[in-house]
Ligand binder design. Sequence first.
Ligand SMILES: [Zn+2]
Ligand SMILES: [Zn+2]
Length: 307
Amino acid sequence: MRIFAPLPGEYVASALKRGNELLGIKSLKTEDFYIKPIPRVGFGISKTLSTVQAEWRPHQEFYYPKLLDDHKISELVLNDHTLYPMIAALGRHRATAIVTPKTWQKVCPDCVLEDLNNCGSPYIHCRHVLGSVQVCSTHACTLIETCPACSMPLKKHEIGHLAKCSKQGKWSRRQKREFGSTRHMYAKFVADLLGYRGPMIHDGTADFIAYASLMINRTREFERTELDMSKLIYKEMGITSRLTTSSISTSDKFPMYVFLGCHTAENYLNLLANQDEQDLLREKKKSIFNKLLHEANRTSPYRHVSA
Ligand SMILES: [Zn+2]
Ligand SMILES: [Zn+2]
């Protein structure tokens, strides 16, 4: 027997783990919640020597855990209890875009208290799962990975026990909040994209909007040298990331890239939906590019600006 009764916005692994805890099972196997993206045929290392027709598809396909398939709730869970809506909004259709991260145990201390009051149990929210999200999108306080009451890492902590721990003195102390900080705006950006319910966005369009917005809003970063995303991410969000242009397709880095260009999910989705806005963006990008090229040629004919 298994218990699976997810609460609003609850991460799939959290719901399964709570179910296990009710049955006295303390652990949760990765295979029980991991929704594995299926790589496209013909990419990566081929096991056979014969050439295969490379598969082109603009959407993701998945292997689902047996429990979800057996109960015919795979798609429902994908849309409401994983990071998939954000992945779809950002057009990340390759197998490198992970919808069910294996590291997920983070909570906002205030959410724990609220969830306990409103839903009868604390739980881990999808909007907190992404590695690069560091604060709560609702309360703007830092997410914690260790229980402040019993000092146990949340990885080992029973979710149900958080109810008891959260009633202790160390927990109820007022949290420091950072409303409007870059980290908080980013958490909101991710939370808003998780509300997306449309089809998988075309990756080229997402790439263009992100890059053009960055060029327009962060022209100074492009002025000195070619854009250094890792530096920008460290400066803005305090995250050390070895980000190269080839690795921005992974699920955790691309959201930061789009966020730093577009600032809010509303801006980004608006640009996606509006062809006129995209044309305007293209024009602006072109004129900035020409200006940068002109300056680069003037200061040093050997310097290179890439579009
Ligand atoms: Zn919160
Ligand atoms: Zn505890």
